[in-house]
Design a protein around this ligand. Structure first.
Ligand code: NAD
Length: 288
């Protein structure tokens, strides 16, 4: 018997992200015809190598869909007031439609003060309390990019999500909570599992849809899953192996795919969707 028949289908985030980027590029062309040229400002504080890589990728992708980027770099020792002054300047600049401050910022700067200094209409990360509140109330707002990308993958994989039981593992402000909100809006029954949950695997086994956003390498294995469940693995964890460092998700992919119906790989699943939705949000901000 061919054992591969039992394997979960891979959900291809790279292919889906290419579709989203094509959509964004088409919208950029439409706006350009009206004399509007979408622009994204990216603010980077300090020398964190991972942040530099993320910012470089965002700027590169923005250029590919025709979005102009404005880059502002500040030294790690800059004051909170200096950073807030840069944000105020970008808020006031009508040629800038989206503002992204690459997180984390250095410890002496209050991250919440920075997030809430951004004009909510330019908050393409969707982290401002005005957008968060609007999302909960079901308004059309700039929603956080990673959960938006996960929703697109789920809609592509499952079609109508209405009535499905979704379990979100993790309750962070940037992934877990907005993810649960979006699933609820799509008429799922939603449970959130977190570090204080009792018997998380048992709760998870009830789910048609599992979204893992914990930050613990391969924590969720086949024993957490109902047969046929659709698994979205948000986790990005760098681990050392005898073959060198590699990236793994929060889900133990090799074991989970023996039980799941469909699963996102890491890398190549959720990651490419996050950046695609950042650019989609930038176009949306310009359109508005
Ligand atoms: P976070 O550390 O802010 O939140 C983790 C959450 O997991 C917390 O709410 C906590 O309650 C929960 N948790 C911790 N231990 C748990 C346990 N044993 N059982 C159940 N829940 C537990 O992390 P985050 O910012 O939400 O990110 C989660 C993961 O997603 C990380 O690996 C991060 O790198 C990754 N991430 C990926 C993308 C992407 O684009 N793919 C974007 C953002 C975050």
């Amino acid at each position: 018997m061919n054992s591969s028949l039992k394997m979960a289908r891979d959900i291809d985030g790279k292919a889906m992200a290419a579709i989203v980027l094509d959509e964004a590029a088409a919208q950029v062309r439409e706006l350009a015809a009206q004399g509007i040229h979408p622009a994204l400002a990216v603010v980077l504080v300090g020398d964190d190598p991972a942040s530099h890589v993320y910012v470089r990728n965002k700027i590169l992708r923005a250029g590919e869909v025709g979005i102009r980027s404005v880059e502002r770099r500040l030294p790690a020792e800059c004051s909170e007031a200096q950073l807030l002054a840069v944000i105020a300047e970008l808020n006031a600049d009508p040629s800038v439609h989206g503002i992204l401050v690459q997180l984390p910022v250095p410890a002496h700067i209050n991250e919440q003060a920075v997030i809430h200094a951004i004009d909510p209409r330019k908050d393409v990360d969707g982290f401002h309390r005005e957008n968060v509140g609007g999302l909960v109330q079901g308004h059309e707002v700039l929603a956080p990019c990673t959960p938006s990308g996960c929703m697109r993958l789920l809609e592509q994989t499952c079609g109508d999500l209405s009535g499905k039981h979704a379990v979100v593992i993790g309750r962070s402000n940037i992934v877990g909570k907005p993810m649960a909100t979006l699933l609820l809006q799509a008429h799922c029954s939603v449970s959130i599992v977190h570090s204080r949950s009792v018997d998380a695997p048992a709760l998870c086994r009830l789910a048609d849809i599992v979204v893992a956003a914990v930050g613990k390498p391969r924590m969720i294995d086949a024993s957490w899953l109902k047969p046929g469940a659709v698994v979205i693995d948000v986790g990005i964890n760098r681990i050392d192996t005898p073959q060198g460092p590699r990236l793994v998700g929060d889900v133990d992919y090799d074991s989970a795919r023996l039980v799941a119906g469909a699963i996102t790989p890491v890398p190549g699943g959720v990651g490419p969707m996050t950046i695609a939705y950042l650019l989609k949000n930038t176009v949306e901000a310009a359109r508005r």
